[in-house]
Design a protein. Structure first.
Length: 228
């Protein structure tokens, strides 16, 4: 149909071109999720602290990051950061694209995870916070022992959904030449003269992975709803 030849994708091509890109896409997703959640939690706590010294810079950061496209942040960091910065990182000189992708994804996704964390924290009843304070707990103890464990359970489906979106966004690192899943497939397509088939297969792979993960998240969400 339409002259497409989907049989060109053999195991040799998968092992030579696709697996390397898939591994980096997964690594970028995992690192960005963990780093984004950690930094996002700090930003959320800063915005909820009630201190203008902490609230204002955190708000500016979150709103600023969420107001620009991710691909622009990736390109800005990659093109504007001086070479000496990457030389400070072991192997950074030879992996400038990959290092840029990791740093920008963590910084960018932290803004979105921050809003998820903030909503989750605010979903916990104020009475539980007051009960912890009545027991003599400090603000940090209250967050660590009472608020955050419950908030994480409430936020888990949303956090996982954002992670799926993050995995889709990893294809944007193609703009700076990072070797991700999309780069692997398109490289194989160009070498073997099948670029249309390569893009079509890339779309299918992303759809299958994201649809499968979305289905699992929905099942998890139903289980959490039952627990509530």
């Amino acid at each position: 149909m339409f002259g497409l030849d989907l049989t060109f994708l053999s195991w040799e091509i998968i092992s030579k071109f696709v697996i390397k890109g898939f591994v980096f896409s997964v690594e970028l997703t995992v690192i960005s999720t963990l780093g984004g959640i950690l930094l996002g939690t700090v930003l959320a706590l800063m915005r909820l602290s009630g201190s203008k010294l902490l609230t204002v810079p955190a708000t500016v950061y979150v709103n600023g990051m969420r107001s620009v496209p991710l691909v622009m942040v990736i390109l800005w960091f990659y093109l504007l950061m001086p070479s000496w910065f990457f030389n400070l990182i072991p192997g950074g000189a030879n992996n400038r694209s990959e290092i840029s992708a990791i740093i920008t994804f963590v910084a960018f996704e932290a803004a979105y995870f921050s809003e998820i964390m903030r909503a989750g924290i605010q979903s916990i009843s104020r009475g539980q916070v007051n009960a912890g304070q009545a027991l003599g707990m400090t603000y940090a103890q209250n967050m660590k022992l009472i608020v955050l464990p419950q908030a994480f359970r409430n936020m888990l489906p949303v956090l996982l959904t954002q992670t799926i979106i993050l995995f889709q966004d990893t294809s944007l690192v193609y703009a700076i030449g990072a070797y991700d899943l999309l780069k692997g497939l398109t490289t194989a397509g160009k070498i073997y003269g099948r670029p249309e088939e390569a893009y079509l297969l890339a779309a299918v792979v992303y759809f299958v992975i994201c649809f499968g993960l979305s289905y699992l998240v929905k099942k998890l969400q139903n289980k959490i709803a039952i627990v509530r």
